[in-house]
Design a protein around this ligand. Sequence first.
Ligand code: GTP
Ligand code: MG
Length: 365
Amino acid sequence: ASLVQVMMHLGEMATATQSLPDETLQLLGDELKYKVEVVSPEDEDRELLESFSIEFGEDSGSEQDLRPRPPVVTVMGHVDHGKTKLLDSIRNSNVVSGEAGGITQHIGAYQVGTVVDEEDRKITFIDTPGHEAFTAMRARGAQATDIAVLVVAADDGVKPQTAEAIDHAKAAEVPIVVALNKIDVEGADPQRVRAQLTEYGVVAEALGGDVQVVEISALRGENLDGLLEAVVLTSDAALDLRANPDMDAQGLAIEAYLDRGRGSMATVLVQRGLLRVGDSIVCGDAYGRVRAMLDEHGKNVQEAEPSRPVQVLGLTNVPSAGDSFLVVKDDRVARQIAQQREARERFAQQAKSSRRVTLDNWQRT
Ligand code: GTP
Ligand code: MG
């Protein structure tokens, strides 16, 4: 019998040239006593890494090997509510780091220090605002963010993109801290905004909920400390952020570009382990040895611990935002993984553009 007939027998109408959904393939396999495995690109990649005895995304070792790590924050909110201004003000006002003049380099993410309960604490900000980057990363199975800072202009209130940002944060199960911005503007009405937010399930502590809502002026740099403190407190109350700082480093590419003189410049966020100059790494289908690392002050650093963003020099080409990176045993392994990923990608592209295998010609082979 032809496959089309088998399909009809199964109650599925099909033409000889159409492509089939995964479930139908599974059904067809069962009927013909074939084992059909539908493999997602993520599974395929996991298998590739496993063939090198690498597990991505897990802290190795036991409970005792885990150490606290700073929260990673993404700033979201409606157009013009002050996301960029806020990221700039925090960057410029960060005196705790001891750097005169604040942070000068835009590397896609930066880390700031703050003092909470007489303790030095750190927070990592992803420097590209907006939920697009956030969702794009999540769509690729990568979650960089621990906490979402939702910027809402106190004179404008909750707007469509505010609501969208809330949805995204909830879907990702990421706690929200509200930065009630533009408190300096005439017509600012923080009470009204707090009430509005409750309609979206974001209930301020003042209204009996557990969301920290902090009134700020990004323009004047007012109460930024209060906002940073709220982020730390939310992290402590809602999250138990820990990572193993002693394993081979793993994490994500945040942004990357090609510099004329220095080659591939990739900002990566270390999520676990310790990244060191000299490590062999793979990042997407880019690979290489870490030649140098720069922090957000443009300073050379020798190593980077969990939640630390650093710019990495030495990759063969430019990875994409959201690509995972990992340290491997040596350059040879790095190259092999990168090449296999690239080959797979090329194959997938070809399969898309070339004539598909149809039920008709499959039957004849
Ligand atoms: P998009 O990137 O377009 O979505 O906007 P954004 O959210 O990044 O807003 P941005 O930081 O560009 O700020 C928009 C405007 O509001 C700018 O003119 C800022 O100077 C102004 N602004 C931001 N924060 C404040 C504030 O606290 N007070 C006042 N008065 N103006 C502010
Ligand atoms: Mg902006």
